[in-house]
Design a protein around this ligand. Structure first.
Ligand code: 6PG
Length: 259
């Protein structure tokens, strides 16, 4: 399936400019195909960088305009907390991006987790209810084997995790479910839900955003060692190949041999 694309920029501003082009190209392709743009986003630093990219003033052309009213935004992973909690990825994307979208660009449809189940002892029901949300959007015509997101935007942790798929966790080997619960995330908070690897790798395109010197060691492990076949983010590269693009900066890619 080819090699992933690794782009390294001098600074966040130039990264954001290219990320904007990339996201809007994906929007354009999706709207041509089915008049809707279905995106999944993760938490961490991604919402902030994405907001930099999308809230920058465009040149006014159709290709350079985010048509937010045609967007459906899902969560690649989410923490089992109320939507206004400091740990909520929903809250993060709302505060960083949604609340700042100028009214004339329209409002995306955002699909959060079911708040009524965030205090359940076990996140299974929360995951199942989120699966139902995916079915509502993707399987309107029944018999959809797997949801195909137009774009999935991810981060990577220092241990190589992406979404809430952690190294060595059984959730990483899930082959059937679309969304699973995690009860023992090593990154707090412990209870979460996450898209599974098959859903991630079936997306039309997948982008990682990884910046700063704190990502240097993990990028070397992902791109320059055989560990890529066991690390969650490495598995996305291995299984989705050329559909994967990494938006990184020179601080993070220093010493990485480019694919
Ligand atoms: C989460 C995130 C997580 C994140 C990575 C990278 O909810 O914890 O979705 O998967 O993307 O940990 O985080 P940074 O971008 O902050 O390094």
């Amino acid at each position: 399936s080819g090699s992933p694309n690794l782009y390294s920029f001098a600074d966040i501003d130039s990264l954001a400019t290219q990320l904007r082009k990339y996201v809007l190209n994906n929007q354009h392709a999706a709207l041509n195909k089915h008049d809707i743009f279905r995106v999944a986003v993760s938490g961490g630093s991604l919402p902030n960088t994405l907001a930099k990219a999308l809230l920058a003033p465009g040149n006014g052309s159709a290709e350079d305009t985010a048509q937010f009213s045609k967007w459906e935004i899902f969560f690649a992973d989410e923490r089992a907390v109320p939507l206004d909690h400091p740990d909520s990825n929903y809250r993060l994307i709302k505060e960083e991006l949604l609340d700042k979208i100028p009214a004339q660009l329209g409002a995306p449809k955002v699909i959060p987790i079911d708040e009524e189940h965030v205090h359940d002892g076990d996140p299974t029901e929360l995951a199942d209810l989120y699966t139902e949300e995916l079915k509502r959007s993707f399987a309107a015509k029944d018999s959809v084997r797997i949801p195909i997101f137009d774009l999935i935007l991810l981060g990577v942790g220092p241990d190589g995790h992406t979404c809430s798929l952690f190294p060595g966790h059984p959730q990483l080997r899930e082959e059937d479910a679309w969304v699973v619960g995690v009860s023992d995330s090593p990154k707090p908070p412990p209870k979460r839900i996450t898209l599974t690897l098959p859903v991630v790798t079936h997306a039309v395109n997948i982008a990682f955003v990884a910046t700063g010197s704190g990502k240097k060691d993990i990028l070397k492990r992902i791109f320059d060692t055989d560990e890529s076949h066991s690390l969650p983010s490495g598995l996305v590269n291995v299984q989705a190949g050329h559909k994967v693009s990494w938006f990184s900066d020179n601080a993070a890619t220093e010493g990485v041999a480019f694919p």
